[in-house]
Design a protein around this ligand. Sequence first.
Ligand code: 13P
Length: 333
Amino acid sequence: MNKDQLIRTARALVARGKGILAADESASTIAKRFSAFQIDSSPQTRRDYRELLFRSKGAIEQSISGVILFDETIRQQASDGVELVKLIEAAGALPGIKVDIGAKLLAHYPGETITEGLDGLRERLSDYRDLGARFTKWRAVIGIDAHIPTPYAVDANASALARYSALCQEADLVPIVEPEVLMDGDHDLDRCAGVTEFVLKRVFMALSEAQVLLEGMILKPNMVVPGKRCPRQAAPKEVARATIRVLNRSVPVAVPGIAFLSGGQSDVDATANLNAINRIGGPWALTFSYGRALQAAALKVWAGHGENAPAASAAFTHRAFMNGLAAQGRWSK
Ligand code: 13P
């Protein structure tokens, strides 16, 4: 393990005013996103769509530190034969790769999941490193209702995140540790805060037991927000206060950066909330690692038609710039 390299990579991922583009939707997830606009999902349409994002040079140069890819994408070439990984590098960002294989039902624990993908991971990491990856992502999924999450499910996921992180660092790849507490449900802000705090504490306990180098990782948590169906939604200031309070209680200062997921927030909400979080600030860099909140507008404009690619790229660039400002607390409507 090359500690200096891990630390340099982790810091680069959370460089001031920059964040991460999550473009690692699995084949089934991207098919779902495409089908909303009647776009056929094939290796070529998926490639065309991602190529237009990665060719948005201004957006990436100015506001994107890293791009998380899916297994298919890290092996694909652009329409002119250049590897997609090379496009990302040419724009000054680091290529990364999602290495989990998804959240599966947890036996005996109805409604809860365990993320799989540890078997054979050491060998896969070595392959990804050869393909140009510098960092990785693993997402654990924690739902909320009256009876969940259970401590057992949280700890099973924390333990998998810890084993994944240690294997990545062994391979000189910076792990993004993503324990996502879902927004689904009618729970309030306080309930999300309580669950998120519990989950993060258990995750850092497991990371510590696995001897994960905290300086060489990035945390990708949810913001503390009320459930989507909660009648009382929260303003950015409330979200920011609750989020920072939870992070202060549970995330060691040694972690260089926290890159939030957007998790189904609208794109403007995700920007406004990140901006409010940075107005308060903390001992870590606080930035974005957005999928939907960076891509939704671009996907809608593109709609599967090549002639829309420049306008789609402009829509993506706008969101990237806005989130780059929010990562510095400098965004306004
Ligand atoms: P969203 O920002 O759409 O939640 O995606 C981020 C991500 O990478 C989820 O794993």
